[in-house]
Design a protein around this ligand. Structure first.
Ligand code: CO
Length: 470
């Protein structure tokens, strides 16, 4: 092999976000994260992914933690490494479309609290839904990375991805990500896709995939050879299965090649030692299901992301209809086709999944139609790559108005109204944003926070009086 120019592959570590989201339902706590952040900060990662929709939601809902506080604490210990978050375009970290003023304020506050890189995607790949967030990140001097929500289907040709990438570069993105949430990107397809995108844009290209279907580390190998700049990996205790390829393995794979990361395996081993008991504990408690650690080839057959598979399982369990699992899996691609062959990523994955369950359970397709399905079919989430099934559209929304403009153009500013609604609970400016995304969950959290503070105040008063706190 002729002497090659060195081009160290850069790595985004996902253990503080996607890895635990994919394997343990996003239940890693701030307390479990903080003791290891300084070591993670020494590795030399391109970035540490630590924030996103599910981490935000689970912090407030299940862990009773303030996600903003977590971000500030991580930032405090990660002095050298960029922090990265995942952002659902006009859906922010939530499940519906928000007004531009809320999107802008969220971006501003994310960056002010410590985020450096914002990975922005849209669940329909409608690039009109990305512009506000990109412009806001540019304005706040953050790094705006825009993701292609990767999926398969006859509409998704190389030309389609090239065209989208070009538009993304033109809209002011600092880098591009191929976001393969289901692990559908095969190694040799990755070669073609990365080469095609490299010929199309000048901004760096990052690849994000999941191990679900078992091909991910091979896909990374081919993508790196084809010129991809950054890959997403997870420290081994929370790697593989529905998570990402293991950091240590990818580092070792590229050792001594032009792509050598130069990372210290001993340091990585110390970090893995820290996380192994966290994983063991999750295995013992049942939080980590060993089923999620194997290869799930169904993801290739049904093109359903790992997270969606587990959602479907729990929905069917709640309905005592677990025997309908395969029927539902077969219904998913049909619903997806009716809904314009959209990618399956939050929130479109939940919408398609829930509709598929209803279609099967009710024994008649689109007999029961949740509001969110109606919203997709009336254009309230944006445009899909293929037209909707006209018959299904008619059955679900009748002659209701269909939006063809950018959906947020129809939404009046929301921020001032939201501020008033939650004024009695707010203790920091960011609280209104938690409330905007999850009104009920955030209010419950605010109440819990106040109760805790009252408790602490009482304890402090007791201690000052010389009494021992119980
Ligand atoms: Co992911």
């Amino acid at each position: 092999m002729a002497e090659q120019v060195k081009k160290p592959i850069k790595i985004t570590e996902t253990i503080l976000r996607d890895a635990h989201q994919s394997l343990i339902a996003t239940r890693m706590t701030t307390e479990q994260m903080l003791p290891i952040v300084e070591k993670l900060d020494k590795v030399g990662y391109h970035s540490l992914e630590c924030w996103g929709g599910a981490t935000f939601d689970a912090s407030l809902r299940f862990l009773k933690e303030d996600p903003w506080e977590r971000l500030r604490k991580i930032k405090d210990k990660a002095k050298n490494t960029k922090l990265q978050m995942l952002f659902r375009g006009q859906n922010i970290l939530g499940y519906s479309q928000y007004a531009d003023d809320v999107v802008e304020y969220f971006v501003q506050k994310s960056i002010a609290n410590g985020i450096d890189i914002i990975r922005i995607f849209d669940c329909l790949n409608d690039i009109r839904n990305l512009q506000t967030a990109v412009t806001a990140a540019n304005k706040e001097k953050g790094h705006a990375q825009v993701a292609l929500s990767y999926t398969l289907g006859e509409a998704y040709t190389l030309d389609y991805w090239k065209d989208m990438a070009k538009k993304i570069e033109d809209m002011g993105a600092n880098s591009l990500c191929i976001k393969d949430m289901a692990g559908l990107l095969l190694p040799y397809t990755a070669t073609e896709l990365v080469q095609a995108l490299k010929e199309t844009v000048n901004i760096p290209i990052q690849l994000h995939t999941h191990y679900t279907s078992g091909v991910a580390s091979m896909t990374y190998l081919k993508a790196v050879e084809a010129g991809v700049d950054v890959i997403d990996t997870a420290m081994s205790p929370f790697a593989l299965g529905t998570s990402q390829p293991a950091t240590e393995v990818m580092v070792e794979t590229f050792k001594g090649t032009p792509y050598d990361t130069g990372f210290d395996q001993n340091l990585l081993a110390e970090i893995a030692d820290y996380f192994r008991p966290v994983r063991d504990e999750a295995l013992d408690s049942g939080l980590l299901n060993p089923k999620n650690l194997g290869v799930n080839i169904k993801t290739l057959l049904y093109q359903v992301p790992g997270g969606m598979l587990s959602n479907l399982t729990s929905q069917l369990k709640d309905l005592h209809a677990e025997d309908k699992y395969y029927e539902v899996l077969e219904e998913v691609p049909r619903v997806r086709k009716d809904l314009g062959e959209c990618p399956l990523v939050t929130p479109s994955s939940q919408i398609v999944g829930t509709q598929a369950v209803m279609n099967v359970i009710n024994g008649e397709r689109y007999k029961m139609v949740p509001q969110q399905t109606k919203d997709v079919l009336s254009g309230k989430y944006g445009a899909t790559v293929k037209p909707f099934n006209a018959e299904v559209q008619k059955k679900c929304i009748g002659d209701a108005e269909i939006i063809t403009c950018r959906p947020a153009d129809k939404i009046e500013p929301q921020l001032e109204k939201l501020k008033k609604e939650c004024a009695q609970w707010t203790q920091q400016e960011e609280d209104v944003l938690s409330y905007a995304l999850f009104p009920q969950v955030a209010t419950d959290f605010f109440k819990y926070r106040e109760a805790q503070q009252t408790k602490v105040d009482a304890t402090v008063a007791d201690t000052k009086n010389g009494a021992y706190p119980v």
